[in-house]
Write a protein that binds this ligand. Structure first.
Ligand SMILES: [Fe+2]
Length: 345
């Protein structure tokens, strides 16, 4: 940028003493013609990072750490605990016999189970057993704790709206007086009440977050398979579905949307772009995703991130499933979300 002439500079110095600044010097950066982001395309290969995660299991206990998580930091935003400009992601490990103590916070969290069975997440008095591929929500300001009474390490991908809550300076947090909250309902209660295409009589949503807090992978996978057999494919996304709040038909969380897609063997997707930077986690199969000028080869458990307005195209070498999440509901609520897709242009 050109240096201001001496007369202007002197003026800027005088107004700076009054906490003012000239807009015309920064206008182009403040209001860019298209999205500008510090987030860059990046990938975490599970085969590279898993050993570090297991090493962390020997360094610190879940109780000591409160949450034993290795944050996935976007290389364009090191030190900011962010995977995209608006979202946080991390890999959480809970070893057999451990408890991650109960707390609640304003931030909404999702868990996508990567490996291991036998651990549970408890939300507001109900426990759900976690299986690989399950999508689990801990809504804003609900008591939640995790435990692993099983006999193998359990790992999941955490996704939280930490940067969004920080942006609004709206964060609150409390610790439960005990390590675990009392169990008040049988496992499966919320699934039966809200997750079976049924709702209790006179049900009125208590929050903007889905009352179903676990979306089992077996059901998700079956839905994808049925649609795949039907043969209908989106040119960019293959067979792609979004997780919903069954009480509203809307997104499962007010700030974070979550999606799952099946890319059939040999799929070569067309490039699309959208304003919601997206975190992907490969669940099954093998393939690659091109994000602007970078190509990431992926296999199960790999995580990669596509920045806002980056051009994304997926291809697969065998039947593959990708889970993903983004801030799409927040952008849509604010009237900001945009997409460019060759199928709708
Ligand atoms: Fe938490």
């Amino acid at each position: 940028m050109q240096q201001p002439n001496p007369k202007r500079r002197e003026f800027y110095e005088r107004i700076a003493r009054h906490d003012m600044a000239p807009l015309w010097e920064v206008l182009a950066a403040l209001v860019p013609p298209r999205p500008v982001t510090p987030c860059v395309p990046a990938q975490w290969k599970y085969r590279d990072v898993r050993s570090y995660l297991m090493e962390s299991g020997e360094l610190i206990t879940a109780a000591e750490a409160e949450r034993r998580v290795l944050i996935l930091e976007n290389p364009g935003m090191r030190g900011q605990s962010s995977v995209t400009h608006s979202l946080y992601a991390g890999l959480q490990l809970i070893m057999p016999g451990e408890i991650a103590p109960s707390h609640r916070h304003a931030q909404t969290a999702l868990r996508f189970v990567i490996e291991g069975t036998g651990a549970y997440t408890a939300v507001d008095g109900e426990r759900v057993t976690m299986h690989p591929g399950d999508f689990i929500i801990t809504p804003s300001w609900t008591w939640h704790d995790h435990g692993n009474p099983g006999n193998e390490p359990v790992v999941w991908l955490d996704g939280l709206d930490i940067p969004i809550v920080a942006f609004f300076d709206a964060g609150f947090m409390e610790r439960y007086p005990e390590a675990t909250q009392p169990v008040a309902r049988r496992e499966g209660d919320s699934q039966a009440r809200y997750g079976a295409n049924l709702l209790p009589l006179d049900y009125a949503p208590q929050s903007q977050t889905s009352p179903v807090f676990c979306y089992p992978y077996a059901r998700t996978r079956d839905a994808l398979e049925q649609l795949h057999r039907g043969g209908e494919l989106h040119n960019c996304h293959g067979v792609k579905l979004q997780y919903t709040n069954p009480a509203t038909g809307g997104y499962p969380m007010p700030t974070i949307g979550a999606f799952v897609q099946l890319l059939p063997r040999g799929f070569q997707g067309l490039a699309y772009r959208a304003t919601d930077a997206t975190v992907f986690c490969a669940v099954e199969g093998h393939g690659s995703t091109r994000i602007d000028d970078k190509t990431f080869e992926w296999e199960p458990h790999d995580v990669f991130v596509a920045p806002a307005w980056s051009k994304v195209s997926h291809s697969s070498s065998d039947d593959s499933v990708l889970f993903s999440f983004s801030d799409r509901p927040a952008q849509k609520a604010l009237g900001l979300w945009r997409e460019q897709c060759p199928c709708t242009d």
